[in-house]
Every structure is written in structure tokens, then in C-alpha cells.
Ligand binder design. Structure first.
Ligand SMILES: [Fe+2]
Length: 139
């Protein structure tokens, strides 16, 4: 998988969240590196678990910000976090149970999910927090 790289179009204009997103990208690349260098499945699985733990922490930070600011699109954003978390936990469970898992395919899926999530719901949150768009969601 090509490295996931950060660029300014991904910024949601909230420095604390942008920093967490950059950390997520770095962790995705660390898992990919572990897979590519064939250190062994256990090292890749450990890196993936670190990434998932951090993602859960990051989601909680976003959810706290949404709560504090009475965010109008909270439910849709929460549902997206739940969806991502559920898929990651299911995959981790399959890894734990030594099922035949396709780590590169899951990682590519995860990288795309994070990118799309930032460009969609997180950008909406960023606009809201910056006071640019505090209207109710249209979807
Ligand atoms: Fe989010």
C-alpha cells in the first residue's frame, strides 16, 4: 500500500484534531511498514492494535468536543465512529483467533475509511467548531 500522506486539504481547522489525524496517518503507515517488511504477523497485529486503540481514543476526543459544543450532526458522526470501530474490532478478533486474515486489504480499507471520514463528517465538524457553518445538517 502506498504511504498515506497528510496534506492541507485534510485540515479541519481545529489544531488539536488535526494533530490527532496526523498521528492516525503515522500509525497507519507503521502498520503498513510492519506488513511490508514481513516482521511477522504478531508485530503487524500489535501495530494494528495500537492504531485501533488510538482511533478509539481519538473518536472519544471528537465526541467530547461535539458534546461540549452541542453539535447538531452528533448522531450521524457517532454512527460513523461506531461503524469504523466495529469493523476494526471484528478484524482484530479475527487476527486473535488466527483466522486467515488479509492484513494489507484491511489496511487499505482502513486508510480509505479514515480519509473519507475526515473529508466528510470531520470537515463538517471543523466548519461547525470554527463557527463557519452552524446550520442543522441537511442529510
Ligand atoms: Fe470523526
Amino acid at each position: 500500500m502506498p504511504k498515506v500522506t497528510w496534506n492541507d486539504s485534510l485540515s479541519i481547522g481545529v489544531p488539536e484534531i488535526d494533530a490527532q489525524h496526523q498521528r492516525l496517518f503515522a500509525l497507519v503507515n507503521e502498520v503498513d511498514e510492519a506488513v511490508q517488511t514481513r516482521h511477522g504477523a504478531d508485530i503487524a497485529a500489535r501495530a494494528l492494535r495500537t492504531l485501533c486503540d488510538y482511533a478509539v481514543e481519538h473518536f472519544a476526543a471528537e465526541e467530547a468536543l461535539m458534546n461540549m459544543n452541542a453539535y447538531a450532526d452528533y448522531d450521524r458522526h457517532m454512527a460513523a465512529h461506531m461503524d469504523g470501530t466495529t469493523k476494526a474490532l471484528e478484524f482484530l478478533q479475527a487476527v486473535d483467533e488466527d483466522k486467515n486474515v488479509d492484513m494489507p486489504a484491511f489496511l487499505a480499507y482502513l486508510a480509505q475509511w479514515v480519509h473519507e471520514h475526515i473529508m466528510d463528517v470531520d470537515q463538517g465538524l471543523g466548519r461547525y467548531l470554527r463557527g463557519v457553518d452552524r446550520s442543522a445538517p441537511t442529510t
